[in-house]
Structure formats: C-alpha cells, structure tokens
Design a protein around this ligand. Sequence first.
Ligand SMILES: CCCCCCCC/C=C\CCCCC/C=C/C(=O)SCCNC(=O)CCNC(=O)[C@H](O)C(C)(C)COP(=O)(O)OP(=O)(O)OC[C@H]1O[C@@H](n2cnc3c(N)ncnc32)[C@H](O)[C@@H]1OP(=O)(O)O
Ligand SMILES: Cc1cc2nc3c(=O)[nH]c(=O)nc-3n(C[C@H](O)[C@H](O)[C@H](O)COP(=O)(O)OP(=O)(O)OC[C@H]3O[C@@H](n4cnc5c(N)ncnc54)[C@H](O)[C@@H]3O)c2cc1C
Length: 678
Amino acid sequence: MESIDYLAEERKKAEFNVDEMKIVWAGSRRAFEVSDYISKLVADDPDLSFIFIECHRGIQGFSKEERTMLPRKELFKNTLRKSAYSWKHIIDHQLSEEEAERLRYFVDEPAFIDSHLGVFIPAIKGQGTKEQLKKWLPLAYKMQIIGCYAQTELGHGSNVQGLETTATFDPRTDEFVIHSPTLTSSKWWPGGLGKVSTHAIVYARLITDGKDHGINGFIVQLRSLEDHKPLPGITVGDIGTKFGNGAYNTMDNGVLRFDHVRIPRDQMLMRVAQVTKDGKYVQSDVPRQLLYESMVYTRQALVTYASGALSRAVCIATRYSAVRRQFGSQNGGQEIQVIDYKTQQSRLFPLLASAYAFRFVGEWLKWFYTDVTQRLQANDFSTLPELHATTAGIKSLTTTATADGIEECRKLCGGHGYLCSSGLPELYAVYVPACTFEGDNVVLLLQVARFLMKTVSQLSSGKKPTGTIAYMGKIEHLMQCRSDVEQAKDWLKPSAILEAFEARATRMSVACAQSLSKFDNPEEGFQELAPDLVEAALAHCQLIVVSKFIEKLQQDIPGEGIKQQLEVLCCIYALFLLHKHHGDFLVTGYITSKQGLFANEQLRALYTQVRPNAVSLADAFNHTDHFLGSILGRYDGNVYPKLYEAAWKDPLNESDVPDGFDEYIRPLLKQQLQTARL
Ligand SMILES: CCCCCCCC/C=C\CCCCC/C=C/C(=O)SCCNC(=O)CCNC(=O)[C@H](O)C(C)(C)COP(=O)(O)OP(=O)(O)OC[C@H]1O[C@@H](n2cnc3c(N)ncnc32)[C@H](O)[C@@H]1OP(=O)(O)O
Ligand SMILES: Cc1cc2nc3c(=O)[nH]c(=O)nc-3n(C[C@H](O)[C@H](O)[C@H](O)COP(=O)(O)OP(=O)(O)OC[C@H]3O[C@@H](n4cnc5c(N)ncnc54)[C@H](O)[C@@H]3O)c2cc1C
C-alpha cells in the first residue's frame, strides 16, 4: 500500500536543498553515502532490525519500538545474535572500518562490541609498545579475543589515582600478581565484562619491591577461550539491571574480583613505564598522562555521538510538532500546528541548532585529536594539555545538553512523548549515562577549569596562549571592551557574537583566578570556588562550540540555500546561549540589559525564519524510520493510526480480561455489589 506523506506540505516550504544539507550533516559525500547505504541495509535486514525471541509460540519477531516490552535475558541473547550476525556480515562483505562502525551504530543496541572497539582497542593502541601492538591488535581486530576496559571500581571511579587493585611484580617467576584486596577494589561497571569479555585492560597499582608506582594498565585474560568459564582466581558477573526498559540493558556491565591472579610481565602495557626482568621500574620519556589517552579518544568520539542522539530526538519532536494540532480552530477548520507556537519554537529550535553545532564541533574535535596524536607519535607533547581540556569540556557540554535536550523533546511531544513507542523514553535512558561514563561531567569541567586557571596565571609571564585559548592573548581588550550592538539585527554579526563570548569567558576565568589568589592554600580555594570554576569552564566550552560553528560558515559550503540556513542556526545557537546565560554577560559588564533584550528580539525573529525549514532541516539528518524507532517521528507523519495500532500489540491487550481478574478484581466488584444491595 502506498503511504501518504502527511508532512508533504511542510517539505514543500523548504528554502534549501535537503540533499545537499544531508552531505553537510554527514561531513562529506562519501560519509553520507556510507551512512545512507548502511542505515538502509540495517533497516531492510530483519536479522539486524528485528528482535527474535523464542517463546511458547516458537520464534517471534519484535520491532524496535516493541523492545522495551521484552525481558532482559532475551534481549541480551538477541544482542549477542545480532553482534555475531553483524560481525559475519563485516567479514563476508569485507566492510571497511568506517562501514563496520556505521553498521554497529545503526544496529543501535549497546553491546560488548562498543567496549571492545571503543575502549579496549584504543587503550592497547595508546599504551602498548610496538611489540604489544603487534601481538594483541590482530587478535582483537579478528575478535579472537574480546576485551573490555576495567578501570572503575566499586569504591572509586572519578578518582583514578585512588584505585585499589594491585599488580605486584614477582621477579622469581617474571609475573605480576593481580589482586583485589578489598570489596571496594572490585572492578565495577566495565561494559562487556559481565558475560562476554575474554580479556580486560585492568587498571591496577603497580608494585615492585614493595614500592607503589601508581596506576598502570595490564592485559588480563579473564575467561577460558575454550568453554568461556572464568579462569582460576577470577570472580566475574553482571552488576544488575540498569535504568529504563531495554535501554542500556543489552550491555553486560560487570563486576570483577582477582584472587592473586598471575600474568606474564609482558602483559603490562609498557609505553609509559616499564618493569624490567629484575623488577626495576623505568619511566619512559613520554608523559604519564598518556595512560589516560584512551579516555581522550573516547571523549572525542562521544561528541559526534551526542549530535547523533540529539538529532534523533529533535527529528522526532520536529516532525510530531508539525503533525500535532491544538486550539485555534475557526469555523470548523483545522487547529493550529503546535510547531507554530512561539513557546514550542523557543524550546525546539535551539535544540535543532544545537544538533548542528555539536556535529560541527565534533568534526573539528576529531581533526584536533588526529593532529595531536600525530604530534605525540613524533614526541611532541605540547598540545596534550589543551587536547585533554578540550575533549573533557566539549564531551561534558555536549552530553549534558543532549541528555537534557532529549528529555525536553519528550515534553515537546506532550503525553504521547511519554509512550515508549515515541522512542524518546528509551533514547533518554540509553543516552543519559554518557553524562557519567568517560568522566562525570562536573569532574571533567573542573579539569577544564584547572587548565584555564593555569593559562591565566601564565599570561603575566608572557607565554602566548594558542589554539582554543588564543583569545586570552587579547586579555587587555577583552577585559574592558563593551558590546557595540545598537539594534537587534546587529546580533547577527559573527564578530559581535564572538567578542561577546570571548569577553564573557575571559572575565569569568579572570574573576575566578582573582578569587583564588586570595586563598593561602590554592587547593582549598579551588574546592571552595568549584561552582564558579565550573561556570567559567562552561563559558569557555560554549565559546569553542560557537566559534567552531562560525569557522564552519567561513568555509566554502555549496548548495542552494545551505549557507543561509546554517547562518540562521548558528545565530540561534549563540543567541539562545546568550539569552539563557544573560546573567553572565550582564554581570561581567559586557552587555547592557537593553542589548540583552535586543538579542532576545533577534532570537524570536530567527525562529520565524527557521520555521518553514524546520521539518526539512530534521530530514537532513537522514534518519531512517528504523533508526528513529518512533511512531511520532515517522517520515510520513502518519502518527495516529500507527499509535492506535501499536497500543493493541501491548502484552496487556493479549486478552480482554486481564490475568489476575479472578483473584483481585472480581472479589472487589462482588464486594461492591453486596454493599450496593445493602
Ligand atoms: C570500528 C571502530 C568503531 C569504534 C567506535 C566506538 C566509539 C565509542 C563510542 C562509544 C563507546 C562508549 C563506551 C563508553 C564506556 C565507558 C567507559 C568508561 O567510563 S571508562 C572509565 C572512565 N573513567 C573516567 O573518565 C575517570 C575520570 N577521571 C579522570 O580522568 C582522572 O582521574 C582525572 C579526573 C582527570 C584526575 O586525574 P588525576 O588524579 O591524575 O589528576 P590531576 O592531578 O587532576 O591531573 C594530573 C595532570 O594530568 C592531566 N590529565 C588528566 N587527565 C588527562 C588526560 N586524559 N590526558 C592528558 N592529561 C590529563 C591533568 O590536566 C593534570 O595536568 P597538570 O595540571 O599537572 O598539567
Ligand atoms: C553505563 C556505564 C558504563 C560504564 N562503562 C565503564 C567501562 O566500560 N569501564 C570503566 O572502567 N568504567 C565504566 N563506567 C564507570 C564510569 O566511568 C564512572 O561511573 C564515572 O567515571 C564516574 O565515576 P563515579 O561513578 O565514581 O562517580 P563519583 O565520582 O562517585 O560521582 C558521584 C558524584 O560526586 C561528584 N564528584 C566526584 N568527584 C568530585 C570532585 N572532585 N569535585 C566535585 N564533585 C565531585 C560527581 O560530580 C557526582 O555528582 C561506566 C559507567 C556507566 C554508568
């Protein structure tokens, strides 16, 4: 049956070429083609798009929208099936690394393979010696071993230096003895650990000759490669069901304890430090911080994933807001589309703009990460602190805004957003731990703040700040300049926006540095001023996102109407932040309240400009209906019949009279009848 496009009228309004925008969103024509092909391949192959479960009726298939109704054990087994099937497809069709990553992404179920590819392999690459890479990477790439990243413990997560697991060198046997001395030293949380991984990168305190050398990474085999049973001395299992139905529960986050488990000396990852056969600890000439390199890699990758998750929620909320109508019907005509309410626009369009902003900053961060990694290979470590601060800060900003944005999109969809079939509750439940994993977002902003305080303190020494903190080189100007905006449309000038964000970030950092200098003990001062420091760090990170969006617009972007749309989105993103953090800009004295009001006036005008393009800007994300997994976000907008149809598939509707009627409802009703008779 041919489907009707209920959003066709919306699509006709677009003032730009949607196909060209799809390429801008994907990053390149090639990236678009790979994503487009793989997303359709997943959607069209039932083995990848459906969940199959053995039940009393035989094997039953469930769609993605139905997965929140399924028990964890069945879901987990199905995820194993899909991972194995995906892997076979990757091998049989000789998919490239890029295609394989897209396949994993569009299958869209958290799985052990994410930890294996996203953290285990990067950790070996970042911390292993050439010989170790040669030995372990081929095994990992061929999945002959499956690995996880076992850093966090029951008692310690953020404080990596506080980890308790020990790795004590025994020179008699040339081995390390890995041990969990306390309950709180139990490894706790690693994804893929609970039921699947055969190996782990275990972070443990390195002890030689009774001396503690701090944390190091070790490759430890956990399970037999024959029967998958835990090896002697190892206790391992899953930590239990997590937030939300379905959601992250397809992942086996695990617990792990060691009872004096022996591993050969060459399984210590030795790029940063080595232990010789006679037990001597030798530090390399690379900085110790390279032990944390894999976290930098993953934080960088999470930024692009943030734009992906936010774009899904925004696509659902935008399409549904164009379908949904409330109030204002005249003479029996149609009611108003809720997307036409200015309040709906002021909540939705900044999120649409944020999705694009995060995509571009993610693109840039990937480039920056690659650039710094190449320098590291050549033993140039000068840009490592900036990379750490930037990945930590942008990961924090984008994941917090994305998690909050998904929840806002759920509310933008009214009551129907609360149904699992909207796709939004599960998207939120899957996504929200990104605010915690790979570094709690507040802890990460405090790292940015340390970097900023260091930068400010070095300004007087004449050290010229570069890269993302180059703006601090203009400190004298930025501390005293005032906005020259005289009317609302002056806020459309990139230079006006940029200076506002630079002045605000500089002044907030300098204010913190001045407050800090009043403390005799800087560490005490840092603790006391932490909330202000976090705000200063956020201001710096928002400046980075805004400035990378502006830089993107300075590139040659072909395609009818594309640049104009992106300019509107960039201004919405920046002016929305300016409006939200109005207080910062006022208190630091850069703008007057009148100029703040101009920004808000301009913002409303931009919402009107983006309105006819909204559905098409969401289409440009190129999400398939399968990937969205949402009745509200369907491409054709055919929401009501599909919601109605889906309700009847709920297990509660399998019978008219529910189980439990005879035991619990009938007696109540009888009791009422008897009372009525009395
Ligand atoms: C086909 C391929 C497909 C692949 C696709 C996969 C893509 C992946 C996507 C999704 C997968 C997601 C899976 C996620 C699973 C989750 C995993 C985890 O959560 S792992 C555990 C993560 N844990 C943390 O993040 C802990 C957070 N804590 C820390 O990082 C640190 O403890 C700290 C907070 C930074 C503090 O460190 P420390 O105590 O050492 O402190 P300081 O004294 O503050 O720092 C000392 C100096 O070191 C600098 N520093 C700190 N960290 C780093 C770093 N990472 N890099 C560089 N430098 C760093 C710090 O700035 C200090 O410097 P100075 O001031 O001395 O100059
Ligand atoms: C779904 C999921 C998957 C994970 N996967 C892995 C994995 O594969 N491997 C792995 O090793 N770990 C993994 N983790 C663990 C994760 O990395 C940690 O949970 C994370 O680093 C936060 O540490 P924590 O749990 O110790 O939080 P805590 O540090 O205990 O945080 C609790 C609160 O204290 C605050 N806080 C902590 N320190 C400070 C400070 N210095 N100043 C101010 N406030 C502070 C935090 O902001 C937070 O509000 C995973 C976690 C989750 C939820």
